[in-house]
Every structure is written in structure tokens, then in C-alpha cells.
Design a binder for this molecule. Structure first.
Ligand code: SF4
Ligand code: SF4
Length: 467
């Protein structure tokens, strides 16, 4: 791409970078970045992709590490099943997530978009590198796109799109494994397709969705569709860290002339930062919503600065105030406080999840029943217990009184087995000797054991005769 084709500086306020004056799409041919940030992003992306594809295979105690079955409303996080009864954890989690997103964005800008968002990671570090490999540099791609459909073009385009489709197919399967679990996906793959036609149709629909996004829609997701991207404007302030052009140092920009003393700023107007930008913007126009914080322009500019023996960092991570004052990025008290709050929120959520019971019991007296006197002269109350076994194994349940003497008489069973992944109902009489009862309504504590491990203490009331 020559610089005449790049966005004119004055147009960035009128339209987004990938739209031409007549409203049609302008295809972005991004140059491959080179430099330290790109290396860090490759390392991060490799670890990220390993985690993404490996996660559905990970099991702890025979339980998937993560399962997000939105169809059946079954969720497993960190190998713990979450039930509708755990809804409050989800509610707290959602609130924590929203606060986290706002605070994180206020401090660190679009760090998430550039480094963690699957759209950016897959597009910039999987799909676009494949395109560079098969179709060559942006200039070669553009020439080929505008040229006739010869053998070279047909072969390269077919190869690229087949690979894109296969990767999209793999991503769709991985998402399916996150939803149904890897064992279920294996089972479905082995069984005849005719038995799962609707599921297969859904899988193909998602494959086509991913393929369409990564092959054609691309940066439009970030510049137009993504709601998080659109919200950035209200979350940024002058201290938000973002990819910034140091206009104080760079302006007035002017071409570099060998052996001529430079009177302009450090920007030599080489347009390298624009050529590498995957959303096609010119970061020198200031902070723009279209910037996904990918750091490609930092690398491009640093390379130019190195070649001209100028200091790096004309484009760098910096807040607006840092560019104005010229001070480096500092962990101010505000950043420290927000970061501490973010860590606190994450720890709080972690503790909430960790302390969540995997066998949850509710015991209450049967409504409308009062006490009875047994033939043995004891006072008896009828109770019902609901034992929610959130694990994938049946559990042997035992109840014991904590600070009273008495015995349990279960109706219809002698051995309490709480079936896996179910709410189990039990009804029982609790008999207490008269001398154990001092009031009309006595407080009782019942210990609940699952496989002989104490999992809960339940407080309830026991009715007796007036004293
Ligand atoms: S301006 Fe720089 S950081 Fe922002 S999207 Fe473009 S290349 Fe990436
Ligand atoms: S890469 Fe650096 S020197 Fe070149 S145009 Fe961009 S800001 Fe200016």
C-alpha cells in the first residue's frame, strides 16, 4: 500500500478507517509487525491457545475442569458443579465481572482487546499469519486480489480458505466440548451422523460463523460490532494507559533527509505505524475507539527510530497526561488502589467458589405437624431433608445430633444414599428423650456427613410439650 491510499489525516473524524467516502468497505492489508512486542504477543498467544484447546480435556477427580452447558443450565468451574442453588455466586460473579471490566479499562485501557480477546488473538496471531504465509505481503495480496483468477490465485485462495474453514471447524468443536464436555463430543463423533443431524447443523453454523468472522468480517467486529469496544469512550480518562503517539516529541512531522540537520519533530511520516495497523487507523490522530491496543504500531515505529538512531518510544504505552508531562508510566496511588481492588475482587470470588459446598443439605420440620409422644416415652418430630449432591458420585449420607441425645428413624430406607447430580428427598422422625427438651421450641444442631466426612451443620427447631 502506498501512503496515498492510507487514510488522510483529516478524514478520521468523518468515518471509520475501513470505510471509503462512498460508504463501501475498504479492505485492510496489514503489514506483518516485527519487534519485541510482537514476540511477546506470540509467546502469550501460544500459551493462550494451548490453554484454550487443552482446557476441555482437563479433568480433576474425574470432573471436567470447565463445563459451560448453557443448554441444560449445568456449569462446572474449577471442577465444581454449580446449580441453580448457587445462583448467588453467579450473581456476585457477574457484578464482580462488570466492576472488574470497568476498573481494569479505566486503568489499563484496551489491554484486554489486544492481548486476551479471542477475536484479536485468533485473527492477528493465527488467521492473518496464515494469510501472510500463503498470500504474501500486503502488496502481493492486493495485487492478486485486483488481478485475474489465474492458477496461482485459485490455488492460494483455495488453500487459505480450506485451512481457515478447518481451523474454524476445530474452534467450533472446542466450543462444543466446553458446552457438552469432551466425553460427550467423543461419543457424538463415534456415533452415526444421522442420529445427531440438528447438532451437526449447529456445529456447521458455528463453523461458518467463525470462518466468516475471521475470513471476511475481521476488524469490523472490533470497530463496529463489539459492545465492549463501543463502551471504551466512557471508561477512558486522561490517566488511562493506552497506545499513544507522543505528539509533543513527534510534531511537526517531516520526511527524514540524510545529512540535513533536522528541525522537525521525530516523526518522519513514514506511515509504517499505519501500514501495520490491523484496523487501518493512524494512531498519530490521537486515541481512537478503533484502536485495539495490539502494539503493532509500537514495534513498527521503534524499528524506524532504531534505523534513524533516534530514541524508541515515539509510540508507546502511555496515558494522555504522561504524554503531556513527559513522565514515564508510574504506578500512582490511584493505579495501586484500583489494582488492589481488582485483586481483592478476584480473591473474593475465588474464596466464594472454593468454600462452596458440593453436598448441600436443607432440613426442616414437616409443615403442619406438631410433636408426638412415642410408646417408649420419647418426644418425636417429623422432618424432611433435601440433600443436593452436586458431585458426579453417589454419596452415603449420615445425620448426627451435635449437642443432644436422640435417634433418627428414616421412613422407607435404612441407608441414605444421595444420588449424584440430584436433589434427594428423605423423611425421618427424630426422637428425643423428654429430659433433653427444656422449651416448647428447642434449638437443634444436626451434623451432616457425606461418605463419613462432615460437610455441614444444620440448625433447626424441635417442638416439645410446654414445660
Ligand atoms: S493503532 Fe496501533 S495499537 Fe492500535 S490497533 Fe492500530 S496498530 Fe494496533
Ligand atoms: S512509524 Fe513512527 S515515524 Fe513513522 S509515521 Fe508512524 S509515528 Fe511517524
Amino acid at each position: 500500500m502506498d501512503e496515498n491510499e492510507l487514510l488522510e489525516p483529516s478524514t478520521f473524524r468523518d468515518r471509520i478507517s475501513n470505510i471509503t467516502e462512498d460508504g463501501s468497505r475498504k479492505w485492510i492489508y496489514a503489514l506483518k509487525p516485527k519487534g519485541n512486542w510482537y514476540k511477546y504477543r506470540i509467546i502469550f498467544a501460544v500459551l493462550y491457545l494451548i490453554a484454550f484447546f487443552a482446557m476441555p480435556f482437563i479433568k480433576v477427580n474425574d470432573m471436567p475442569f470447565i463445563l459451560l452447558n448453557v443448554v441444560e443450565g449445568k456449569f462446572i468451574l474449577f471442577s465444581k458443579i454449580f446449580w441453580p442453588q448457587d445462583f448467588f455466586i453467579f450473581a456476585v460473579g457477574m457484578i464482580t465481572f462488570i466492576i472488574f471490566i470497568v476498573l481494569f479499562t479505566v486503568i489499563y485501557g484496551r489491554l484486554f482487546c489486544g492481548w486476551v480477546c479471542p477475536q484479536t488473538v485468533f485473527l492477528e496471531l493465527v488467521f492473518r499469519p496464515i494469510e501472510w504465509l500463503i498470500e504474501g505481503t500486503p502488496n502481493q495480496q492486493k495485487k492478486r486480489n485486483e488481478g485475474p483468477w489465474n492458477t496461482d490465485k485459485i490455488v492460494r485462495k483455495t488453500l487459505k480458505h480450506v485451512i481457515y474453514f478447518l481451523i474454524s471447524f476445530l474452534i467450533a468443536h472446542t466450543f462444543l466440548a466446553y458446552i457438552l464436555g469432551i466425553d460427550e463430543v467423543y461419543r457424538l463423533i463415534r456415533e452415526p451422523l444421522s442420529g445427531h443431524l440438528s447438532l451437526f447443523a449447529g456445529l456447521i453454523a458455528f463453523t461458518l460463523l467463525f470462518y466468516g468472522v475471521f475470513a471476511f468480517v475481521r476488524e469490523i467486529v472490533c470497530t463496529t460490532i463489539c459492545p465492549y469496544g463501543r463502551l471504551q469512550g466512557v471508561m477512558f480518562d486522561k490517566n488511562t494507559m493506552q497506545i499513544s503517539y507522543d505528539y509533543k516529541r513527534g510534531e511537526p512531522r517531516g520526511k527524514f533527509k540524510k545529512n540535513v540537520e533536522r528541525t522537525d519533530g521525530d516523526c518522519v511520516n513514514c506511515f509504517k505505524c499505519v501500514q501495520v495497523c490491523p484496523t487501518g487507523i493512524d494512531i498519530r490522530n490521537g486515541v481512537q475507539l478503533d484502536c485495539v491496543g495490539c502494539t503493532a504500531c509500537i514495534d513498527a515505529c521503534d524499528e524506524v527510530m532504531d534505523s534513524l538512531h533516534m530514541d524508541r518510544g515515539l509510540i508507546r504505552y502511555a496515558s494522555e497526561n504522561q504524554i503531556i508531562t513527559g513522565l514515564p508510566f508510574q504506578f500512582t496511588n490511584r493505579v495501586k488502589a484500583y489494582t488492589a481492588l481488582l485483586i481483592g475482587l478476584m480473591l473474593g470470588m475465588g474464596i466464594l467458589i472454593w468454600n462452596r459446598r458440593s453436598v448441600d443439605t436443607f432440613i426442616s420440620r414437616v409443615k403442619g405437624q406438631t410433636y408426638q409422644e412415642t410408646e417408649a416415652g420419647k418426644i418425636s418430630n417429623l422432618f424432611e431433608a433435601k440433600v443436593l449432591n452436586k458431585t458426579i458420585k453417589d454419596k452415603k449420607i449420615r445425620f448426627a445430633l451435635e449437642d443432644h441425645q436422640g435417634n433418627f428413624r428414616f421412613i422407607g430406607t435404612d441407608t441414605l444414599i444421595a444420588k449424584k447430580e440430584m436433589i434427594n428427598d428423605f423423611t425421618f422422625f427424630l426422637d428425643l428423650p423428654k429430659e433433653e427438651i427444656s422449651e416448647r421450641s428447642s434449638n437443634l444442631k444436626i451434623s451432616v456427613f457425606a461418605d463419613e466426612e462432615k460437610v455441614q451443620t444444620i440448625k433447626t427447631k424441635f417442638l416439645g410439650p410446654f414445660k
